[in-house]
Design a protein around this ligand. Structure first.
Ligand SMILES: [Zn+2]
Length: 118
């Protein structure tokens, strides 16, 4: 019996297994069984993310969780510590989110992102 493609909402049968790197250093490998179309998309570099609903499914392309393209700490005019995130896919900004953050978090982010002093 054919296995279904593991991309969420894909109705096609899987015919290919691809090992995805699922950690920051891509050392943790997760085998996914995919249909031919989605296997090609992944091999061509399509953005993907694992579904956050615990289903183990794969979200692909426009359904994938966006990545942080860039961010600005304390944008001009902010009265309180603030962070602006530019989210998108493949380097293209699709969404901008402004967040107010508490001073402790602001200091932690500033310390974590400060250039090395030596
Ligand atoms: Zn598919």
């Amino acid at each position: 019996m054919p296995m279904p493609c593991e991309v969420m909402n894909c109705p096609d049968d899987a015919d290919t297994t691809i090992n995805l790197g699922v950690s920051d250093d891509e050392q943790d490998i997760l085998p996914m069984t995919l249909c031919h179309k989605h296997a090609i998309a992944i091999r061509d570099g399509e953005l993907y993310s694992l579904a956050s609903d615990g289903s183990g499914g794969l979200q692909l392309g426009a359904d994938a969780v966006p990545e942080v393209v860039s961010w600005v700490m304390n944008p001009t005019g902010a009265k309180h510590p603030a962070l602006t995130l530019h989210l998108g896919r493949s380097g293209q900004v699709e969404q901008t989110i402004h967040l107010q953050i508490d001073p402790i978090a602001a200091r932690a982010i500033a310390a974590a992102t400060a250039p090395p002093t030596s």
